[in-house]
Design a protein around this ligand. Structure first.
Ligand code: ADP
Ligand code: SF4
Length: 734
């Protein structure tokens, strides 16, 4: 289908420095955990975006020298010729589809733990890192020779980038990297020509850009990603203060071919990767627009904003906010977003839901994966393509019981592969437990997980969806007439207080009582008695804080009790924790961490502090040594207790079918599998992956068990790169 004329502007080329991109889609630098160490995964992942129409595809942050190393988080690196080879593979893949490859040059100064390289990072003022305060990370204050050496490191890295095949070198002036540390008053305590006035504090950043322009600027585009506001008050960068003034300064010097603009700093880069729970689409608009006004028409500006709708993109371009649509998450959720817009297939777009699970993987020092797109990160290691599905060799009929995230995904992929699928659920709508999640406060965008699959299932003639049926028994399944069966019956919240803390029910807790509710019951409208509400959260993610917010919205006095160190401990990984805390504070929700419930009786909940036992070990009775047990309890008034303690797999249907395995043959059932939360209740991205994986590997010898994937690691006996004794290029000033 031809491109809708109203979206044509998105497909016009644009030039910056010596480069031209073929449309207006720019995959912003974003973390993956693939780095230079997993060249196949890196190239497969980035190349897929180029294939899907992103005209610029960038790496994640790329360390320019062993002096700045953030291991065990994996960055890209351009330290030596080995990195040139590995990242060169990414460049080849990106170029194969006619796109430009960009690399984000990164030196993190004070925030360089250097746990792998063991080198001393240089910085602006010799301060401890506020990002890693518990890790004893300090920088060494740079003298002018050190500063020049660091600039030389940028230049050498840019030359390696050129050798690898990169088209764009983007200096990271974001996430509080060293250029920002020089710029920010709170870090810069210098009294020389690199400290004091804004012009002096900006000098280092501008000198890097100028050095890169001189060294490679006639062949590569030299760009920057800059945060105009750290959103954290006076001593940092504020947009209307030094943020915009710096843009003016640098622009005057003519050393920047293109600006990619963001907000937030390293401590709270969730303001840049704004989650949909806290930031609407295009939340950075005012900040970006002002930069565009300063740099004028000749220097392009990239704006991010979780853009998935072409109408929003066109509005951003047409209003003069920016020239180029930047995206990290929308490009992860759908690498083919530009192509689908170009081909006018808008209902095929797999829109990012803004859940930040992708971010959470990096924050856990793991590899990127995505709730919406099960193939992301699996392009190379499992050979998965998000838009291409191998046709079934012997298509048979498959019954999928349960239409939650796992069942929907499995039915969709089996359908795309040509199987005849019946997807059946006793609920009247698709989505399983996710239907509740979508109705939590702030979670409306999460509905895209269901609506995308619904639209795809509707298009598949070979998939029948039966909703609102009677719950299927083992007899129903055995008599159904399907060749193969997939059980995706999900999980439910524990009704007795069972959780990771103690792994046992809590005395007096029973959700058949009027004053004890599970999240499912609350969402289904079970009345909420009294005023004093307690949420007992052993899950640590979304549901606990959402229940607390819901109860506060309904006028209850709410206390959130958790056994963890923090509220919504997992949201540390999705970068939502600070805003979760602010939200609870705004709603007067009291928080009690490191506590759990001992018992519940009408009107009050007895809590204990997790560390109430003695630190020392004592003889408790003859020959019996241990901690002296504490017995202190805290009594909380509690008219209603909401249990977010743990989820329990709905495993009965699968277990019953297994017990009756002897009957399968007579019923012509070849196999029964289980996927998603009924196997083990985990985050939805795992349920989606599970359903997807089974459907992709449906003909493998043992589909319940995943096929091996390619592991990228050094195999013993093969060459290392560099070898011991290899020289390092000189950066020092004589
Ligand atoms: P997952 O996250 O693994 O996809 P969910 O809990 O979201 O799991 O979804 C499970 C779905 O299975 C729910 O919509 C539920 O109504 C449905 N379901 C569970 N047991 C049966 C059954 N015996 N017959 C039909 N549908 C079922
Ligand atoms: Fe978007 Fe969530 Fe996927 Fe990240 S994990 S790209 S936020 S849908």
């Amino acid at each position: 289908m031809a491109t809708n004329p109203k979206y044509q502007l998105l497909f016009q080329p644009i030039s910056f420095g010596p480069k031209t991109m073929h449309n207006r889609f720019w995959q912003t630098s974003h973390c993956t955990g693939f780095g230079s160490e997993r060249p196949g995964t890196q190239a497969g992942f980035r190349g897929m975006k180029a294939e899907g129409g992103w005209a610029v595809v960038c790496t994640e942050f790329c360390s320019i020298h062993p002096e700045t190393d953030e291991y065990p988080w994996h960055s890209a690196r351009l330290w030596d010729g080995g990195d040139v080879i590995n990242l060169g593979h990414m460049c080849e893949e990106v170029h194969r589809h006619g796109s430009l490859a960009g690399v984000q040059l990164w030196y993190n100064g004070s925030h360089s733990p250097n746990l792998e390289s063991r080198e001393v990072p240089h910085g602006v003022s010799g301060l401890p890192s506020n990002v890693f305060p518990e890790r004893n990370v300090y920088d060494a204050m740079s003298d002018e020779d050190d500063i020049q050496a660091i600039i030389n490191m940028y230049v050498l890295a840019a030359k390696r980038a050129e050798e690898a095949g990169f088209d764009i070198v983007e200096v990271s002036g974001s996430d509080t990297t060293l250029p920002l540390q020089f710029l920010e008053r709170r870090y810069n305590r210098r009294t020389d020509r690199y400290g004091g006035s804004l012009e002096n504090r900006a000098r280092f950043y501008i000198e890097i850009m100028a050095a890169l322009k001189r060294a490679v600027g006639d062949r590569l585009a030299v760009t920057t990603r800059f945060e105009t506001d750290t959103i954290n008050g006076e001593i940092r960068i504020q947009h209307y203060d030094e943020g915009l003034k710096f843009v003016e300064l640098m622009h005057r010097e003519g050393v920047c071919d293109l600006w990619s603009v963001k907000i937030g700093d390293y401590e709270e880069w969730g303001e840049d990767a704004g989650s949909s729970r806290f930031r609407p689409v295009n939340w950075m608009r005012p900040f970006v627009s002002h930069v565009k006004r300063i740099v004028g028409t000749k220097v392009p500006v990239v704006s991010n904003g979780r853009f998935t709708s072409p109408d929003d993109m066109i509005a951003a371009l047409a209003s003069g906010q920016c020239d180029i649509i930047g995206a990290a998450r929308p490009s992860i959720a759908d690498p083919f977003l530009p192509t689908k817009i170009a081909e006018n297939r808008l209902d095929d777009i797999r829109e990012c839901i803004g859940c930040n699970m992708c971010v959470s993987r990096m924050q856990q020092q793991a590899l990127l994966s995505c709730t919406q797109n099960a193939t992301s990160g699996e392009e190379y290691r499992r050979g998965w393509h998000p838009e291409k599905f191998a046709r079934a060799v012997n298509p048979c009929s498959v019954l999928v019981v349960g239409a939650g995230p796992a069942g929907m995904e499995c039915a969709m992929v089996l359908g795309k592969r040509g199987y005849t699928v019946h997807l059946r659920d006793s609920a009247p709508e698709l989505g399983g437990h996710w239907r509740d999640v979508v109705r939590y406060p702030r979670c409306a965008e999460y509905g895209r997980l269901i609506s995308y699959r619904q639209a795809q299932l509707n298009k598949l003639k070979n998939v029948d969806v039966h909703l609102g049926i009677a719950a299927m028994s083992a007899d129903d399944v055995l008599d159904y007439g399907a060749d193969k069966v997939v059980i995706a019956t999900g999980a439910h919240w524990a009704t007795d207080g069972l959780g990771a803390e103690g792994h046992r029910p809590i005395t007096g807790v029973d959700a058949t009582r009027a004053d004890v509710l599970t999240p499912e019951q609350l969402m289904a409208g079970k009345p909420i008695p009294g005023n004093e509400a307690v949420v007992l959260d052993g899950d640590g993610y979304l549901t606990g804080v959402s229940m607390a917010e819901l109860l506060a919205e309904r006028g209850k006095r709410v206390t959130l009790v958790t056994n963890m160190n923090n509220v919504a401990e997992f949201s540390r990984f999705t970068m939502e924790m600070p805003n979760n805390k602010r939200m609870l504070h705004e709603r007067n929700v009291k928080v009690l961490t490191n506590h759990w419930a001992q018992s519940f009786a009408p009107g009050h909940l007895s809590l204990f502090y997790l560390y109430r036992d003695s630190a020392g070990l004592y003889e408790l009775e003859k020959g019996h040594w241990g901690r002296r047990p504490g017995s202190a309890l805290i009594e909380l008034p509690c008219d209603v207790l909401v249990l977010v303690t743990s989820r329990v797999a709905n495993r009965e249907l699968y277990a019953e079918l297994k017990r009756r395995r002897a009957e399968w043959k007579a019923k012509e059932i070849q196999a029964v599998y289980r996927i998603g939360d009924c196997h083990a209740p985990r985050h939805a991205l795992n349920a989606v992956f599970d359903g997807h994986r089974l459907a992709r590997e449906f003909e493998s010898p043992h589909p319940q068990h995943p096929l091996p994937f390619i592991r990228e690691r050094q195999v013993w006996g093969h060459a290392t790169y560099p070898k011991l004794g290899d020289p390092r290029p000189k950066v020092e000033v004589d």
